[in-house]
Design a protein around this ligand. Sequence first.
Ligand code: NAD
Length: 287
Amino acid sequence: MAERITGYTELIGLMATPIRHSLSPTMHNEAFAKLGLDYAYLAFEVGNEELKDAVQAIRALKLRGSNVSMPNKKLVCEYLDKLSPAAELVGAVNTVVNDNGVLTGHITDGTGFMRSLIEADVDVIGKKMTIAGAGGAATAICIQAALDGVKELAIFNRKDEFYENAVRTVSIINEKTDCKATLFDLDDTESLRTEIANSAIFVNGTGVGMKPLQDESVITDPTMLRPELVVADVVYIPRKTKLLELAEAQGCKAINGLGMMLWQGAAAFELWTGKEMPVEYIKELLF
Ligand code: NAD
């Protein structure tokens, strides 16, 4: 790294808290080095209170851009000049691009997820998707799925503080896209069974399956899963969640959240550099 950095090197940031555990700095710096691109990527511990100044610093220091993660993904929209169509609909941003002082916000979580399905040879276009979740990850997936041409979406969430998000997501999808979205309570297991029976894919977009909920699954009844159903999980630690174990035991194709993680990063990398991330190389290096 020391040999690589000169007075010309352009900086890309990551603004979130907590952030020291993130794989993104390694992923992007290794990819820059591999392609011989003169950028460096650094993580900055930034919360809501510092965010406005941090975004101003992107302009003042002429950073090429930044990733943004929790708790800043929604708030950052207020400080940017433009939003991509998907970021506008999701109401959140994970990637900022600085074009000569004009800051545009993008959200690549949804495109990352959809790309991970393509890479796993799963085609959901024109089909029905059932998804559990209404937080950041699930909302980005729902909006992108609808924009990409998924025909129907059944969204399930428990009646917690995220339920209102799902109400908003469903109304945006029904108003602004050709996809038909419907919202259900996650406790309504009979509707969950029916919607999954009519779907090509079931997605867990909640944190269930990850610490401290690593022993739990949003689906516990294996008879809800048939072998032709694809089951995807946004969680990637552990690689095989309880849900994916159950799905594999039923003969379903099971996809974890690693692909989503990798491809959201690849999409951001391309927005900043105009180059494709060497994904196979990064996959081997990190996973
Ligand atoms: P969030 O806090 O915005 O949303 C949490 C969601 O989980 C809500 O829908 C909430 O209702 C639901 N939930 C929480 N506890 C639950 C429980 N006990 N039972 C049922 N539902 C419950 O979180 P997020 O940012 O959307 O992240 C969700 C998960 O997705 C996390 O595990 C995160 O690590 C993962 N994630 C993965 C990627 C990736 O690239 N693979 C990207 C973002 C997030």
